[in-house]
Design a protein. Structure first.
Length: 75
């Protein structure tokens, strides 16, 4: 797996989380019961964890790209 595959997977994951958050946000107008509030809190937690995951993914991509540059050097 190279960095471009990881970047694509991270974009797909981020898009999915954004769609989930947007859907919950849109539904909040219609539902205001305690169960929905619990669901909303859970989705907020997923969003925070997703942000952390994406940051780790960025670090991974950067490390892979640095490794590739180093491996291509001639001595």
């Amino acid at each position: 797996m190279d960095s471009s595959e990881i970047k694509r997977d991270m974009r797909d994951f981020q898009d999915s989380v954004l769609r989930l958050s947007s859907g919950i946000g849109n539904a909040s107008v219609l539902w205001r019961d305690p169960q929905f509030q619990a669901l909303s809190r859970s989705v907020s937690g997923v969003a925070i964890q997703s942000r952390d995951l994406l940051a780790a993914g960025d670090r991974c991509v950067n490390a892979i790209e640095r490794f590739q540059r180093i491996s291509e050097e001639s001595y």
